[in-house]
Ligand binder design. Structure first.
Ligand code: COA
Length: 207
């Protein structure tokens, strides 16, 4: 671990993850990189350059990609890892994490989250504010569990799938990769086709 953390992305999501880093109290200095040259600081933390500048800091900093957009987050995180930069995970001190839980690199776990025993969370995921993921779940890489979402036991959420705010997934349900689950939706059966799903219980509105 280095004494400097560089967060890539100085907008809304970047702010929240930088705030987690502040609360973790592990880094002496936290700064941002952002491709918008007009952004000079965020929450009082300096923006020191653009995304491409990350590689010049390779041996001097830890890195976190604070970008909400899944495709962009994945692209940047994969590039940083390929180049051997040290991508870390950020876990808010006010979370409850059970025994035998794995959390992948580049994943953010926000305030008020509960993750129960034997759950595996992949890399580059967002486990957002006050969501709860119960026992024996598998949350695949780059998935996003939005604020207040709930998954029961033995749920699987596919690569890059997004559970909207306040959605609920019942026990033993598998949701494939490439899905968007709408705000407040309830998933009670497996979803095997990518698409956008809304309602109680969910129905697909777009492929
Ligand atoms: C599901 C969702 C992705 C669809 O977004 P969209 O493609 O822009 O769809 P639209 O807003 O055009 O809505 C299409 C239709 O579905 C309805 N709809 C959209 N989201 C809905 C939801 N969550 N529950 C019920 N109905 C919904 C709309 O009312 C609209 O109905 P209509 O055709 O009868 O007017 C979006 O509405 C949603 O729920 N996003 C979640 C946001 C979120 O969780 N943010 C957290 C960020 S941390």
């Amino acid at each position: 671990m280095k004494d400097k953390l560089i967060v890539i992305g100085a907008s809304g999501h970047g702010k929240v993850v930088a705030d987690i880093a502040i609360k973790m109290n592990k880094w002496k200095r936290i700064v941002f990189l952002d491709d918008d040259e007009s952004v000079k600081a965020c929450m009082g933390l300096q923006v020191i350059g653009k995304t491409g500048d990350a590689f010049a800091h390779k041996d001097k900093a830890d890195f976190f990609v604070g970008i909400g957009n899944k495709a962009v987050r994945k692209k940047i995180q994969e590039k940083l890892m390929e180049e051997g930069l040290n991508v870390i995970s950020l876990i808010h001190p006010n979370v409850v994490i059970g025994t035998d839980v794995d959390i992948g690199v580049g994943t953010a776990v926000m305030a008020g989250v509960v993750i129960n025993s034997s759950t595996k969370i992949g890399k580059g995921c967002i486990v957002n504010t006050s969501s709860s993921i119960d026992h024996d779940n598998v949350i695949e890489d780059y998935a996003h569990i939005s604020p207040g979402s709930r998954t029961a036991g033995n749920v699987r959420v596919g690569n890059g799938t997004w559970l909207g705010i306040g959605s609920v997934v019942s026990n033993n349900v598998k949701i494939c990769s490439g899905c968007k689950i709408g705000a407040g939706a309830v998933v009670v059966n497996d979803i095997t086709e990518p698409g956008t799903y809304i309602g109680v219980p969910v129905r697909r509105i777009y492929r």
